[in-house]
Design a protein around this ligand. Structure first.
Ligand SMILES: Nc1ncnc2c1ncn2[C@@H]1O[C@H](COP(=O)(O)OP(=O)(O)OP(=O)(O)O)[C@@H](O)[C@H]1O
Length: 472
């Protein structure tokens, strides 16, 4: 077995191959390996080396085939393996002549009679091993740091999101829920403050008691007060006979959710402050003091500290409600949640419209880069719009509302070139990630060259790098 052809016969012979691979060209498998592979016969003569051998060591294959291993690498471990019949695994090696550090596995090869017929060394550059363990470590970190969807408290199961900070927020909200403390939810309109408030209630000891919501912005002052505190019969014209129980009383034992608290008048604020401090109040026109046991969750999309500075919000009330502040980030600050939310809303629409529609991953990728001023609410409405106006079995990008369609159209050109450059599988995010890694590898991690090779914009490139957690 002194030349390559004989080696191929040898590698493909029934003696050498386990039956399962007998239909596969084993030499091709070896050629495609990123690790260097070198095979010696039982005398120690090199009978095969794969292309990675040359890539790693810089030595052409035809310069070593047929030579004795001793003359190529005097202390090669495989020579010891041939003598002892015992494998040497994960052995660090420094090849002085080439100045290369390797990690190698040297293993004997046997025939069916159990006789040694040769040996194989499989090796990597030690730098590649470090990278490999680095990648494993990152995988571990991702696994340990990101609680999974299933791990979240059942009460938060309808709060969709996978972004790490968002998951942390859910975790903190669930912890806060177990305490009686007042929670202040802040965040732009449509980020999910109400759904968080409901989840906190469901996660709390008060879950089987009422959850009562009042929107402080929607009502004029006088009505807000009567809604909150209730009234006695005959307090004002049009008052109901027998009076009316207010929202605070209705929340007895449960949770009162004061939505848009920043819009409450100073007068109403003073009264609410008393309820928070003393847990008691009187109905409008009433003299009887009513004691309540309620948990308060407040929400706002305004900067309450600024309102305090401007004299529009009572400072003492601010400190009363700001016990556990939870800020819900805008959707554009957690773009990776777009996909899970879209799929969740599609599923909801399926129940309502009886239409089962799929969505191309490239549309989701483009939706991720939209700025979503109306946050999750706007996304939910957009998906519903698209479901209504899509024909066939998949969501079409032109079925989205006008402002989003414009954005998608602008981005589509770019995505198109990405797809053309990368092949049809770009809709598969795994393959997209692989293509980017491949481009980086091919360009020796030169970002500009990788961007050029992929045919995408710098912005898209960095978005994907962030999305797939690729470290540069
Ligand atoms: N993380 C989420 N998972 C699933 N649905 C969500 C999520 N966030 C928001 N939604 C949905 O988006 C819509 C808007 O959410 P919500 O009403 O809770 O927002 P908000 O911050 O209270 O808005 P506003 O400030 O305008 O009152 C709702 O239909 C809600 O169910």
């Amino acid at each position: 077995m002194r030349n390559n052809e004989t080696v191929m016969n040898y590698l493909n012979s029934n003696e050498f191959q386990p039956p399962i691979t007998s239909n596969f060209p084993l030499a091709q498998v070896l050629s495609s390996m990123q690790d260097g592979v070198v095979v010696v016969d039982k005398e120690g003569t090199i009978v095969y080396a794969n292309p990675s051998y040359t890539r790693i060591l810089g030595v052409p294959v035809n310069r070593v085939i047929g030579r004795h291993m001793r003359n190529v690498e005097r202390d090669a471990r495989i020579l010891t393996v041939l003598k002892t019949g015992r494998a040497i695994l994960q052995e660090p090696i420094f090849l002085k002549s080439l100045g290369v550090e390797l990690v190698a596995d040297a293993t004997p090869l046997y025939n069916k009679q159990g006789e040694i017929i040769g040996g194989v060394t499989i090796f990597k550059k030690s730098g590649e091993v470090v990278q490999f363990y680095e990648a494993l470590r990152r995988l571990e970190v991702v696994k340990t740091e990101q609680p999974t969807y299933q791990e979240r408290d059942e009460a938060f199961s309808h709060v969709v999101g996978e972004d790490k900070n968002f998951l942390d927020l859910i975790h903190r909200a669930a912890q806060a829920a177990k305490s009686p403390a007042t929670v202040l939810l802040s965040g732009e309109s449509g980020v999910g403050k109400e759904i968080f408030a409901e989840a906190i209630h469901k996660c709390s000891e008060r879950a089987d008691k009422p959850f009562v919501k009042i929107n402080c912005a929607a009502l004029p002052d006088s009505i807000l007060e009567s809604e909150l505190f209730g009234y006695e019969e005959g307090t004002f014209t049009g008052a109901k006979r027998g009076g009316k129980c207010g929202k605070i009383e209705a929340a007895q034992g449960g949770t009162l959710f004061l939505d848009e608290i920043g819009d409450m008048s100073l007068n109403a604020q003073t009264k609410v402050l008393r309820v928070l401090q003393e847990r008691e109040f009187e109905r409008l026109g009433g003299h009887q003091t009513i004691r309540v046991n309620i948990r308060v969750i407040a929400a706002t999309n305004q900067d309450l500290k600024l309102l305090v500075k401007k004299g529009k919000f009572r400072e003492d009330l601010f400190y009363r409600i700001n016990v556990i502040p939870l800020n819900i980030p805008a959707l554009r600050e957690r773009r990776q949640d777009t996909g899970p939310l879209v799929r969740y809303f599609l599923h909801q629409c399926e129940q309502v419209y009886g239409k089962k529609l799929t969505i191309d991953e490239s549309i989701i990728t483009n939706l991720e880069s939209y700025h979503w001023p109306g946050n999750v609410r706007q996304l939910r409405n957009a998906v519903e719009h698209a479901v209504v106006f899509s024909k066939g079995s998949s969501i079409r990008f032109d079925a989205f509302p006008e402002e989003i369609k414009e954005h998608l159209e602008a981005d589509m050109g770019e995505a198109h070139s990405l797809r053309e450059e990368m092949g049809d599988n770009v809709s598969d995010t795994t393959s997209e990630c692989e293509k980017i890694l491949e481009a980086l590898k091919q360009t020796n991690y030169n970002r500009s060259k990788a961007i050029e090779l992929l045919g995408i914009s710098r912005r898209t490139f960095y978005q994907r790098i962030k999305k797939y957690g690729i470290s540069l």
